[in-house]
Write a protein that binds this ligand. Structure first.
Ligand SMILES: [Zn+2]
Length: 307
């Protein structure tokens, strides 16, 4: 149940000292109470209805723990429970909220050019030590389309931002940068959230890590991993929750209309596995991964050859 602003106004009026705290603390209070709702119900007497309404009291041990975790006074925690308990009792879980939010982008954002995912260089300013223009943010941009294979929200269309420094001409992308006139990609030392696996496809680093484990421990073929992703992760969350059948409906009409294929292939899996391994190795040795840049993402075999 959404929390009406009118209720918030009444809480501010009844407990004016709540204004000394920030919204994040109040939000965390709500989340922690929601997470503990099953236990909070059990602690109450069996004659108290906790199915259709929230129980009247927050157990002492929970109230004290939540006060400690949120840095809110204990008396305020109990007061907030009294005010917000009914809303907490019918809140959506974090995963439900995320699924609904992502679906909103897919259903009505994509047609307007609004994507849930945007991949951008890690810095808005040039990082070239020799550059004469490192103080202002880069505004010479190119925006491209990308397909992202995510760990938790299926296949997503993303905007991919490339920035070019007008001082030194370095072209910055989400995984690496290319100095002006260079034919070498220099990867950033920090592991990107999404690994580029060809010109327009990106893989969640957590997924690449999962594939690494599957390849090393389970000796699972990359072809199988691509199919497993399609069957298990590729569909959106809404479709998963609606179906009991283990074969989800793949590739909704929205996905079919994307500018590039939403199909994960074997080379994507191998490239993600190899790039992740190389980036980890480079990080341990304090160097940056460098691979040839020819305008298109090299195949996994070529990356290995040149790395
Ligand atoms: Zn520069």
């Amino acid at each position: 149940m959404p929390i009406p602003l009118e209720l918030v106004h009444r809480v501010f009026h009844a407990y004016p000292h709540v204004l000394a705290y920030d919204l994040e603390q109040i939000n965390e209070f709500l989340k922690l109470c929601y997470a503990e709702r099953e236990v909070i119900a059990l602690i109450h007497h069996a004659t108290i209805d906790t199915i259709t309404q929230a129980p009247p009291l927050l157990p002492e041990i929970h109230a004290a723990w939540i006060a400690d975790q949120t840095n809110l006074p204990l008396d305020l925690v109990n007061s907030l429970w009294g005010a917000f308990k009914d809303a907490i009792w019918t809140m959506a879980s974090d995963s439900q909220e995320l699924a609904a939010r992502v679906q909103r982008f897919v259903e009505s954002g994509w047609d307007k050019g609004i994507s849930y995912k945007t991949l951008a260089p890690p810095s808005k300013k040039c990082i070239n030590d020799a550059c004469r223009d490192r103080t202002s943010e880069m505004r010479k941009e190119t925006i491209r389309d990308g397909i992202v294979f995510t760990f938790d929200i299926g296949i997503q269309w993303a905007k991919v931002i490339h920035l070019t420094c007008i001082g030194c001409g370095t072209n910055y992308r989400s995984n690496y940068y290319i100095p002006r006139g260079s034919e070498t990609r220099i990867y950033y030392q920090e592991l990107p959230e999404y690994l580029q696996v060809d010109d327009h496809h990106y893989v969640d680093a957590r997924l690449a890590n999962h594939w690494t484990t599957s390849l090393l421990i389970g000796a699972t073929a990359a072809t199988s991993l691509a199919r497993i992703y399609e069957q298990s992760f590729g569909c959106n969350i809404e479709e998963l929750t609606r179906q009991y059948y283990s074969r989800p409906q793949m590739l909704s009409q929205k996905l079919r209309r994307l500018p590039f294929s939403p199909k994960l292939n074997t080379d994507h899996v191998w490239t993600a596995f190899i790039v992740l391994a190389l980036l980890r190795d480079c990080k341990v040795h304090g160097v940056r991964l460098r691979v040839p840049h020819d305008g298109e993402q090299r195949s996994s075999a070529t990356i290995v050859m040149y790395a």
